[in-house]
Design a protein around this ligand. Sequence first.
Ligand code: ATP
Ligand SMILES: Nc1nc2c(ncn2[C@@H]2O[C@H](COP(=O)(O)O)[C@@H](O)[C@H]2O)c(=O)[nH]1
Length: 221
Amino acid sequence: MYFSVTLAMQGPRPVVLSGPSGAGKSTLLKKLLKEYENVFGFSVSHTTRQPRPGEVNGKDYHFVTREDMQKEIDAGEFIEHAEFSGNMYGTSKGAVQAVQARNQICVLDIDIQGVKNIKRTDLNPIYIFVQPPSMDILEKRLRDRKTETEESLLKRLTAARVDLELSKSRCLQVMCAGRGDGKEPGLFDLVIINDDLEKAYSELKEVLLEEIKKTEESRKS
Ligand SMILES: Nc1ncnc2c1ncn2[C@@H]1O[C@H](COP(=O)(O)OP(=O)(O)OP(=O)(O)O)[C@@H](O)[C@H]1O
Ligand SMILES: Nc1nc2c(ncn2[C@@H]2O[C@H](COP(=O)(O)O)[C@@H](O)[C@H]2O)c(=O)[nH]1
């Protein structure tokens, strides 16, 4: 099934960042939003999880109850939603429209289920998978972040193993698509291995350079 969310062709092409929890999506995104303050805009998701210290409602997430979120989903207000590690997460139409109204490149930080659901819409973003160098390093980064209980950490690591398995096969599809051998296009346009942060950030900027230039040019005219 294909859902038209009527968000296509309104301003620059959006960007989807996905990858296991702890891979470094928010870290890369924060660098991007800092360097290109007016060029990129973050799609503020809804979630039923509790805010972490320092997280701001309406900026990092819209923190909502399961009941309220379900009502909005039933009312057709969401482009995609998913259950992750015992909580609901979702991208509302309003979140994307708010960024597009500012003529900014809309960046979505979503899990793999979200990616699959976005693929069924007309949003047409650039899909980027952020991969940790290894499971051991991912676990260390998640533990050092000190945001998870032992239970939620284990759930996130289990989900990460599944994501990495999926991405392996889909990375191959990216390469096949690149060779133009007629195979189905891959799930992601780019896979970034976030080992050295500066190197990973350079790779991210490189793939987005064309959209950045276009957006900056359109500002001047
Ligand atoms: N290249 C890197 N080298 C070392 N540490 C890193 C690197 N990238 C990110 N980190 C650290 O790893 C932790 C996880 O990163 P981050 O919170 O950005 O991950 P995430 O993918 O956004 O996770 P989630 O999906 O749970 O929001 C953070 O403490 C961050 O500072
Ligand atoms: N499908 C969606 N996934 C989302 C959305 N917003 C965030 N996420 C993903 O959830 C996990 C956990 O995030 P955390 O902030 O609790 O660490 C992470 O993989 C995010 O990418 C969303 O709107 N839809």
